[in-house]
Design a protein around this ligand. Structure first.
Ligand SMILES: [Fe+2]
Ligand SMILES: [Fe+2]
Length: 333
């Protein structure tokens, strides 16, 4: 993967440090914006630092464990995490007061943090280009699908570990390389005329979607956040099957080849099962072993839903803005 284009002073310095043009030790934090969740410069910088723990960047020195790179990442993720904690605190209190079981608390958070119906828009209204843009932006995650949650496996034990391994086995193709979900997504991109090489579209991805990706890395890479990582997975799998059915219908409506929709059809089936596995076998087993982790699990749920909503709002708002910008031109032609 190539380095992305910088989007401000911080990402300019991170790109320079990754390229070897500047020492990581000399990367100062510029003044941070009031909110880092939708700040392009911040989220892109954090994303680049996290990518050192996945595939890295072509032809550059390996900075994965450079102490100054790790130090910068930790400082950025502290800002990111504390803002997420602030935004989700009231939701967390609400879910904890509800009591009941995790299934009820998860359902309540899904209802409370419900976002705009992006999947419904894709199903009924999106143009071919909007569907392709959606696929390109989502490729940032789906081409490394499940990798962030795989970091959690060595951090847990017992039934939860076995169940997570089972879920990951499914995500990683169940023994068949052609069924690897990331491979299926790449096949869908190829069939949609997109470039399926990992990270190709990062320059098109707005801050809110980078934040969705960064959250998974934050939770996966920090052992103390293992409960939140599992809560995130629960929210992710529980909000996947119905949207995937709608997205598949939208893909078919705009006339893309069957292999594009096949990825989403696969997830209608798979994620209905994964939803049950992740709640009962993974999260509840984990909480049986570590009951004090309940607030963390719910934080992961709420943070996932909060950022998914932000990303959906951003995408629909941007499409509406472009439609409106195109209106005078269309009227004149
Ligand atoms: Fe999957
Ligand atoms: Fe899944």
């Amino acid at each position: 993967m190539q380095l992305p284009q910088p989007r401000g002073p911080l990402s300019t310095r991170v790109v320079a440090a990754l390229s070897g043009d500047q020492d990581f030790h000399d990367v100062d934090l510029p003044p941070l914006p009031p909110s880092v969740l939708d700040d392009d410069d911040f989220q892109l910088s954090l994303w680049m630092l996290y990518e050192l723990h996945y595939r890295g960047f072509d032809g550059l020195d390996d900075h994965e464990w450079s102490p100054d790179a790790v130090d910068l990442r930790v400082r950025l993720e502290a800002e990111f995490e504390s803002e997420l904690v602030r935004h989700t605190a009231a939701h967390l209190r609400y879910a904890l007061q509800l009591g009941g079981g995790l299934t009820e608390q998860l359902a309540a958070l899904i209802e409370a943090l419900d976002g705009p119906n992006l999947a419904g828009f894709l199903q009924r209204e999106a143009t071919l280009e909007q569907v392709r843009e959606f696929l390109a932006q989502r490729s940032l995650y789906h081409l490394k699908e499940s990798d962030p949650h795989a970091f959690v496996l060595p951090r847990i034990d017992g039934r939860a570990k076995v169940a997570l391994a089972e879920l990951l086995y499914d995500e990683y193709g169940g023994g068949r390389p052609d069924r690897l979900h990331a491979r299926m997504y790449a096949d869908a991109m190829d069939a949609a005329g997109l470039d399926s090489r990992y990270g190709t579209y990062v320059d098109l991805v707005p801050a809110s979607t980078l934040a969705v990706n960064n959250l998974m890395s934050l939770l996966g890479l920090n052992r103390r956040l293992r409960g939140a990582a599992l809560g995130h997975l629960a929210a992710f799998e529980s909000t996947s099957a119905v949207p995937c059915r709608r997205i598949a219908a939208g893909i078919e409506r705009v006339g893309l080849p069957d292999v594009v929709a096949a990825y989403f059809h696969e997830h209608v089936e798979a994620d209905s099962v994964h939803e049950q596995v992740v709640i009962r076998d993974i999260c509840e087993s984990f909480l049986d072993d570590e009951p004090a982790q309940l607030p963390d699990v719910l934080f992961g749920v709420a943070a996932c839903l909060y950022l998914d909503r932000l990303a959906a709002v951003q995408m629909l708002t941007e499409w509406r803005r472009r439609d409106q910008a195109a209106l005078p031109h269309e009227a004149a032609s």
